[in-house]
Every structure is written in C-alpha cells, then in structure tokens.
Design a protein around this ligand. Structure first.
Ligand SMILES: [Fe+2]
Ligand SMILES: [Fe+2]
Length: 354
C-alpha cells in the first residue's frame, strides 16, 4: 500500500512517446510475455488454496479446529485486526484491479489466447485466493463485525480506484509493480506480527499471500525493466510522472458507511504497528530506482528524460526528509496518542499514529 509521495500535481506532458505508441510497444511484447511472465504463474495443481490453510469444513474435527482458531484469535489485539481487515478489503476489490490491468494490456476478449490476456486471467485467479482466504479466516475468528466489513468491500468496489495513470500503460505497470511490492511488505509484516503474537497458523495465512505478492512483484518489475530497456526515455518520464502524482493505495476510497476518514485512520494504525509505514514507501522508491537502473541510463536520453532521471534519483532522499519532518510535526501536534472507534471491531477504540 502506498500512502503518499511528492505532492505537486504533474501537468507536464511526456514528450517521448504518445500513449498509443506505448500501447503498441506493449502489444509487440506478447512473445516476450509468453516466455518471461507466464512462467511466473503457478499451475493450479501446485498452488495453495484457501481451504488448505483453514479448518476443513467436511472433517469431523471441524468444530474443534474452529474453537482452537477462535481461542488463538482472543489473544490478538484489535489494532492487528484493523490492519488485517484493511488488507482483506484491499484484496477483495479485485474486480477493479482486473479491469485496470486489462486496460493496460488492451485485453478485450475473455477467450483471448494472447500471452497478456492469459497473464491477466492467471494473475487474477491467483489474487482471487487472497481475499477469499482472509475473508474466511476473519469470518471464523469471531473478532470482527463481518457485516460492516462486507459493507466496506461493497462500498469500495462501487467507488473504484484512482490510478493516476491516465490510460498510459507504462504508468499503469509502474503503479502495479509498486503495489505488488507494497502488499508483499504489508502481508509479510502481518505474518511476522501474528507469529510474534503466538498464532502460527495465522502467520502461515498471511505468509502464503505475501509469497504470491513477491512473485507478482517480480513479474511487473520485469515488465517495467523491459520498457526501460526498449524505450528508456519514455519509461523514465512515466516513472517521474507517477512519482510526482499523488499515488494512492487502491483501497483509498474505502468506506464503512460511517467514518469518512476510514482510510486515513486505517493507514495510521498500520503506521503505528509497523505493518506499512512511510519509511517502507521510501524504501520502495529506492528499490525500484536501483532495480531499473535509473541512475545509469545512458546518453540516449532527451533533455526531458534527463530531467526526469535527475528528479527520480533524488526522490528517495526527499521522501525520507519529508517523512522526518512530518514525524516531527506529528509529535508536536499530537503529544498524546489518539484513539478512534472502528466499526470493523464493533466500535472499539484503537490507537492511531497520525
Ligand atoms: Fe493480493
Ligand atoms: Fe498482488
């Protein structure tokens, strides 16, 4: 999840390539996607399914297994559940992400045999297990107000998302690479925290999802790497655009029917628990700038490309500086911890870090 970046809105035009030209580059990479992306999907037979990680409803020991799951859940604090619900709600808005991905790759036929189309369906099928698994766990654990959570999912899918890519596939893939890495961090941290709280099976649940996210991150990182290799000027300008835009987490529009600041409050709990923080965001930016070799882009860049390169390379340090300033401001403004009621946990109060 990505909470904030540089604030200025970017009205600059990318001069390197038009959006239709970029879409042509993507279409020309169908053979590349066949050999570089599709192998990153796991065959169904070798994939975990939500049922593997939850009590078996057909087993005579089902009730006992559920009782054990609920007993372990009693040891876990509400703030953890707020983070887990936020992660689950994000996963459950998958129809929105499937539609967005299809718009990047020009996939308009559900029976298409193109590599991009097969990737889109395969990725969606893998992602679909994430929301299912967390949803079923949260239903069984008895710690959350399931109806409120379901309403939040309903609202979120109704509202869609702000992608800021403006139909440009380069920007869309950059956004997606960031999001996959961000979700890997977030699910990985809920896994570690569950383990520290003594719930190994919940740790396995979050860890299985984090593992998928890492594989997906590898795929989208490769796509953008290939775009940098083929058209570095357009790629670095797209990266600059996305960094200057306010990149929002896909679940930014989450709403439970009550709290108009639900996303901000959820993000503040995630920040306090260390599930996903602004420091993680700075790490993400640095990681991708290095991974895509932005600093080493050669003399082939246009003036526009060089300016974008300079901006992007200076960004990790700027983001960290902004984070330090914000943290200082927060401490001055909010010397005492602030608590907010979350409908997801039956209106119990949870501590925030704003
Ligand atoms: Fe996911
Ligand atoms: Fe993902």
């Amino acid at each position: 999840m990505i909470t904030a970046t540089a604030t200025s809105s970017c009205n600059r035009r990318e001069t390197a390539m038009t959006t239709p030209e970029k879409a042509d580059v993507l279409r020309s990479l169908d053979g590349w996607a066949e050999s570089n992306l599709l192998p990153l999907l796991k065959p169904v037979e070798r994939s975990w399914q939500p049922h593997d990680l939850l009590p078996d409803s057909a087993s005579p020991g089902f009730r006992e297994a559920v009782d054990e799951l609920r007993a372990r859940a009693l040891e876990i604090p509400d703030d953890y559940y707020v983070c887990l619900v936020g992660n689950m709600v994000t996963e459950e808005a998958l129809p929105t992400y499937h539609a967005a991905l299809n718009s990047f790759v020009g996939y308009d036929c559900p029976s298409s045999g193109d590599a991009w189309a097969r990737w889109s369906r395969g990725w969606t099928a893998e992602e679909n297990r994430h929301g299912d698994l967390l949803n079923r766990y949260l239903y069984l654990c008895g710690r959350v107000d399931v109806r409120r959570v379901e309403q939040t999912i309903h609202h979120l899918i109704n509202s869609g998302m702000r992608l800021a890519s403006d139909k440009c596939p380069y920007r869309g893939f950059i956004y997606t690479a960031f999001q996959e890495r961000a979700t890997a961090v977030s699910h990985g941290n809920t896994a570690r925290r569950a383990k520290a709280l003594g719930d190994d099976s919940l740790a396995r649940i979050c860890g299985a999802i984090a593992g998928d996210e890492k594989r997906h991150e590898a795929a989208y990182t490769r796509v953008v790497e290939e775009l940098f290799r083929l058209t570095p000027d357009a790629a670095v300008c797209a990266l600059e655009y996305m960094m200057r835009e306010r990149i929002l987490m896909p679940a930014y529009y989450m709403f439970d029917g009550r709290d108009p600041e639900l996303f901000r409050h959820y993000a503040a709990v995630a920040q306090r628990l260390g599930v996903y923080t602004t420091a993680d965001y700075a790490d993400l930016v640095q990681h991708f700038v290095e991974r895509w070799g932005v600093a080493g882009l050669g003399p082939g860049l246009t003036g526009e490309g060089r300016r974008a390169q300079e901006y992007v390379c200076s960004l990790p340090e700027r983001v960290r500086k902004m984070e330090r300033l914000d943290a200082r401001r927060r401490r001055r403004r909010q010397p005492e911890p602030r608590r907010v009621a979350f409908s997801w946990v039956f209106d119990r109060q949870v501590e925030l870090q704003l």
